[in-house]
Design a protein around this ligand. Structure first.
Ligand code: G4P
Length: 527
């Protein structure tokens, strides 16, 4: 083990933000970058309006991607920590990538709209976090607007997301009457001042909820707040670092991302409590982040980032050792050694340490088609990291060729795109259809565009009656055979030759699961 590496690793905090569209992910990201001094004023990260509306135009999207390469991983120093924030594609470009980014982080920040509470996308993203018991911080946003009763919001998080809440701060009012947040542990009021959103606001605090200064601030409401906070203290969970790091309890913060308030409080505790990179499992052994030999796995492949070079970048999460330029690496799946000379790294501003790339950091390799999602790179040892799954698609279309002579090209294109993780492909057992599955609608558009651009095949999509996909296995081969006969009409093999059940409705799926207790229906499959 290397001492220098372990000191570096201990500073890393690698995380992603999970939220429902419009809860405030972009806004809070911007404020985090402000505190990390990556930007000087908020409001400068990206033209959000364009971002939201140009997405159905793939060329425009591509151009945006070109610009946003560096924004898919943002590294900044904060206090003694080096923070890596991994962007999770959202809105229309929501895709399997969004899920897979969550396999590459050590913790996550959940942003909840204080007026809306827990929303559908957040529920899905939390399910993915659950696969690895990812520790979660919670930020209840938009307190400058009228929100729901915070007790109710916490209750909802606990019941819907099945995680215990430990409020660290408590809001003093909301909407026009929002005055700040109160730290339940230090008896300090952090005072909100309106109109400080574009910069780092002054850190104004009042010690003691019952102090004269607090009474002057809270006026007639002072006693009401004091009573409410007594109640909250008695009724809520106490923060417990171990339970948080095990993914069982979430510390909760309140504020307004737009007003840049509450974000500093969140970040201060985040760098203290969020876990540094931990050991990762491979098929053969557990890899410690402090080990000297380098290892990393691919969690995302981004295509055509620069339209002039038909190029793809494979994003790797470093798990051990230290990356250095020109390093010779072993591509475990292919059993080949390659020299990586032009990797993309994501540096924390001007800091010297930023040149050191260790566990928790991300590197990007240029990829000309040989790298797949889930691939492991090492300094020689044959390792395969586990826990980078395929997720069952939720949207399906039948894909048809305009020119039937091009079947071979279509199959080749679809195979490569599915290996890259852009989309999933299913071949029904009962006919020669090709079914494409995705979790976000834009994935279909991207695939059609790339098939035409890179493989010269013109495709059209047709609707198909499929509700979801489940990878099926059984311990008893005879039972599996029996199931295959019965479910034949709805069975397919996927791009990796795995048997998949494609139920037409939710009811079908439940019925089958009930009737076939010996068959395992999995919603995820390992690469
Ligand atoms: P997202 O990335 O999660 O989709 O959310 P985003 O940050 O884009 O925020 C969605 C909308 O909510 C934006 O308004 C944003 O300004 C607003 N917002 C975010 N945080 C707060 C907050 O703390 N208080 C209030 N009042 N609003 C907040 P928009 O009108 O859709 O976009 P824009 O055109 O104003 O940027």
């Amino acid at each position: 083990m290397s001492n220098a590496i372990s000191q570096e690793v201990a500073t890393r905090r690698t995380f992603a933000i999970i939220s429902h569209p419009d809860a405030g992910k972009t806004t809070i990201t911007e404020k985090l970058l402000l505190f990390g001094r990556l930007i000087q004023t908020a409001g400068s990260v990206k033209g959000k309006r364009n971002d939201k509306h140009a997405t159905s135009d793939w060329m425009a999207m591509e151009q945006q991607r070109g610009i946003s390469v560096t924004s898919s991983v943002m590294q900044f120093p904060y206090r003694d920590a080096v923070v890596n924030l991994l962007d999770t594609p959202g809105h229309e470009d929501f895709s399997e990538d969004t899920y897979r980014v969550l396999t590459a982080v050590d913790s996550a920040l959940m942003v909840v709209d204080g007026a809306k509470g827990v929303e559908e996308r957040t529920i899905k993203l939390m399910e993915v976090c659950r696969l690895r018991d990812t520790p979660i911080f919670t930020f209840v946003n938009k307190l400058d607007r009228d929100t729901r009763d915070p007790i109710e919001v916490l209750d909802e998080i606990e019941t819907v997301l099945n995680i215990r809440c430990a409020p660290i701060y408590w809001p003093l009012g909301n909407g026009k009457g929002f005055q700040g947040v109160y730290n339940l542990y230090t008896d300090t009021i952090h005072v909100y001042e309106h109109g400080q959103g574009s910069k780092i606001p002054e850190d104004k605090r009042i010690q003691g909820l019952r102090s004269d200064e607090a009474k002057a601030l809270l006026g007639a409401y002072a006693d009401d707040y004091a009573d409410e906070i007594e109640l909250v203290k008695g009724a809520s969970n106490e923060f417990d670092l171990e339970a948080y790091q095990a993914g069982e309890l979430t510390p909760v913060f309140f504020g307004t991302a737009l007003g840049n308030f509450g974000v500093r409080e969140l970040l201060d505790d985040f760098v203290q409590w969020a876990p540094a990179p931990r050991a990762r499992a491979t098929e053969t052994r557990v890899v410690q982040p402090e080990e000297a030999p380098f290892s990393a796995f691919v969690f995302k492949i981004q295509a055509n980032m620069d339209p002039k070079h038909r190029d793809r970048i494979a994003f790797l999460r470093v798990c051990s050792g230290r990356y250095s330029k020109g390093m010779k690496l072993h591509h475990s799946r292919l059993g080949k050694d390659i020299r990586i000379s032009d990797a993309v790294t994501f540096k924390a501003g001007e800091r010297e340490q930023a040149d050191i790339v260790v566990s928790g950091d991300i590197v990007g390799f240029h990829n000309h088609g040989t790298i797949q999602i889930g691939d492991t790179f090492t300094e020689g040892e044959d390792l395969q990291f586990t826990g980078i799954p395929h997720f069952a698609p939720e949207l399906f279309q039948r894909i048809r060729l305009k020119d039937p002579m091009k079947t071979k090209q279509l199959q080749k294109g679809l195979r490569q795109l599915s290996e890259e993780g852009s989309v999933q492909v299913f071949m029904p057992m009962r006919n020669n259809d090709l079914i494409v599955g995705a979790v976000g609608v834009l994935q279909f558009e991207v695939v059609a565009y790339r098939l035409k651009d890179e493989y010269k095949v013109d495709c059209i999509y047709e609707p198909v009656n499929i509700f979801s996909a489940r990878w099926v296995t059984a311990d008893d081969p005879a039972k599996l055979e029996e199931f295959k006969k019965k479910a034949y009409d709805n069975l397919s093999v996927d791009g990796g030759d795995h048997l998949t059940y494609l139920p037409p409705t939710r009811v079908n799926l439940s019925l089958m699961e009930e009737r076939w207790p010996d068959i395992k229906f999995r919603a995820t499959r390992e690469h």
